[in-house]
Design a protein around this ligand. Structure first.
Ligand code: ADP
Ligand code: MG
Length: 569
């Protein structure tokens, strides 16, 4: 057995993966392989057995899915690959990941887990499902019934083996292993390696390569590190609250994918922050411009991927926000090293979803420092802060601005009616808050405590009988997209422009709004109707828009592609 330390500069294209997979990875916005991926993919591509050890959230699914998909044959309509996962939630997630990665290849992927009706599973099995992802109990049932035939099985993956052990599935797993052909390839992944798992590995794996992702240490002591536990779909709201109360100079926000850089940047811009996305698809010279703007204080927030922010040296950065927890602790250390520069104080804030807790522990272990927890500010905190800022603004305005004509207007108003001065001032304050409400409503930020759904085990202990629906992970945190408030647009004030990016490029209206709002510094309410076609889109913009803005847009990028805005004929 050997341990490998993967080279962090490796690209997916260097690993020998075929074009259709590289294509889907780029569509998904994955920029570079995580350490477990870089180390495992070449070994599995060679057809060797593998024992992989890395924390949750480090990208193990792609570490086995990508090489396995490469080695399978979409033309053979029988089960070629079986993945065993401890819970139905994980089985569904892994099956979905296979579907996403293989969408340009044409495989049939079938999740089978307890609690789901047999009828549909049987139908899918008969139709020739090629990749089966299941929980041990239900997989055993199907083997026993003869409905899952594994005699041609090419490969088997044991995902989260330690969790399967913990949940009492180890005997079932061994039973299944014995019902697979001797020649199959096996990949066993586990966050920890208890002796029972080692025993399984020694018994069933054939001269396996052992990949263990060790995590490096040391972080600067000038950086205060805090974390907050939030649900995925509340992250943005929580982050917006944090931004309002922290006293920041400049912030770099790290997300996992290129698409997320655009998405988060767009939402922060909509909240009035001077913010831009930074990702590897943006050409080098444009990236340099963005960084330069950040250095000169023309921008306050950058939303970046690891690759795009590598080695970034901007003294102003007072805060690093890990909007998505990094897949490896080494990245965490690199990320937070963007602040606390030149001997200054820096702050690092990390958002963790309940599923990612173990990854947080790994980071704490690797950096050898426990992190402080951070409360998400309540609406009350926010409102107090806003009220005090507002009062300060009133004071400054009285001191600095010549209010003569306005005083006159207010006196006239008082003579004409019988409103008290406080009421008039309150009405003016109300007007002054314009489209951004001064006071915010209370929200609960209460993450679920359970790490995964244990219903598969529960169901087993109840004799594999009745079904129960598990809650699906809240994967979709983009639901509020597209609910943009539109201003009143009169058709005769607008002009329709063409953009050379369309549905085939994966574009959504929100991306166009974000790009235009950022690049042309145009309030999103001035952006009119958007129509997405396959190979291009159209957007209505005000006729009164200055030429300089149009010029900027002609050079702008959307979803990492040149927008190619053209004026109507
Ligand atoms: P694990 O099985 O180690 O817990 P997952 O395979 O579930 O981790 O991956 C965790 C998350 O990271 C998923 O949302 C996945 O889409 C994402 N991810 C995996 N690999 C990459 C990558 N190379 N770049 C960006 N995101 C990735
Ligand atoms: Mg996993």
């Amino acid at each position: 057995m050997t341990s490998s330390t993967p080279n962090t500069a490796t690209l997916f294209a260097d690993l020998g993966l075929p074009q259709p997979l590289l294509q889907s990875l780029s569509e998904l916005g994955y920029e570079k392989p995580s350490p477990i991926q870089a180390a495992s993919i070449p070994i599995l591509l060679e057809g060797r057995d593998l024992l992989g050890q890395a924390q949750t959230g480090t990208g193990k699914t792609a570490a086995f899915a990508l090489p396995m998909l490469t080695n399978l044959d979409p033309k053979k309509k029988y089960p070629q690959l079986l993945v065993l996962a401890p819970t139905r939630e994980l089985a569904i997630q892994v099956a979905e990941a296979f579907q996403r990665y293989s969408r340009n290849m044409g495989f049939s992927v079938l999740p089978i887990y307890g609690g789901q009706s047999y009828t549909n599973q049987l139908k899918q099995l008969k139709r020739g499902a090629q990749i089966i992802v299941g929980t041990p109990g239900r997989v055993m049932d199907h083997i026993n019934r003869g409905t899952l035939v594994l005699k041609e099985l090419e490969a088997l993956v044991l995902d989260e083996a330690d969790e399967m052990l913990r949940m009492g599935f180890i005997d079932d797993v061994e039973w299944i292993l014995k019902h697979t052909p001797e020649s199959r390839q096996i990949a066993l992944f586990s966050a920890t390696m208890p002796k029972e798992i080692k025993k399984v590995a020694n018994t069933y794996l054939n001269n396996p390569e052992h990949v263990k992702i060790e995590t490096k240490t040391t972080t600067a002591s000038t950086i205060r590190q805090r974390y907050s536990l939030v649900n995925n779909n509340q992250k943005l709201h929580a982050f917006a609250r944090v931004l309002e109360v922290v006293d920041f100079d400049a912030v770099i926000v790290f997300v996992r994918t290129k698409l997320a850089t655009v998405d988060v940047a767009e939402k922060l811009s909509a909240r009035g922050y001077r913010c831009q996305a930074l990702n590897g698809d943006i050409p080098q010279n444009q990236r340099e411009q963005v960084i330069d703007k950040m250095k000169r204080g023309k921008l306050d927030i950058l939303v970046a991927t690891d690759v795009a922010a590598r080695g970034l040296d901007i003294e102003r950065i007072s805060h690093v926000v890990n909007f998505d927890i990094p897949l490896d602790t080494e990245s965490y250390i690199h990320r937070i090293g963007r602040t606390g520069r030149a001997g200054r104080q820096g702050e690092a804030i990390l958002f963790v979803t309940p599923r990612e807790r173990r990854l947080l522990n790994a980071i704490e272990r690797a950096t050898n420092s426990p992190m402080e927890t951070m409360e998400i500010p309540s609406a009350n905190d926010i409102n107090k802060k806003r009220a005090s800022d507002f009062k300060q603004l009133i004071g400054e305005t009285i001191d600095k601005v010549d209010l003569e004509r306005f005083s006159q207007l207010v006196s006239e108003f008082m003579q004409e009616g019988d409103s008290a001065p406080e009421t008039i001032a309150a009405a003016l304050a109300y007007i002054a808050q314009s489209n951004k409400p001064l006071f915010e409503a209370e929200t609960e930020f209460k993450p679920e405590k359970r790490e995964f759904d244990r219903s598969d085990r529960n169901e087993r202990s109840r004799g594999r009988s009745n079904s129960r629906d598990g809650n699906r992970d809240s994967r979709d945190n983009n639901r509020d997209r597209g609910k943009r408030k539109k201003g009143p647009h009169k058709a005769e004030d607008m002009r329709t422009y063409r953009i050379q990016v369309g549905r085939n490029d994966g574009i959504k209206p929100g991306n166009i709004v974000g790009a235009i709002a950022n690049e042309a510094d145009l309030d999103s309410k001035n952006i009119g109707h958007i129509k997405i076609n396959d190979d291009h889109s159209t957007v209505d913009l005000p006729k009164a828009m200055p030429k300089a803005m149009i010029k900027k847009l002609q050079k702008a990028y959307v979803c990492g592609k040149p927008m190619g805005l053209t004026e109507p004929n």
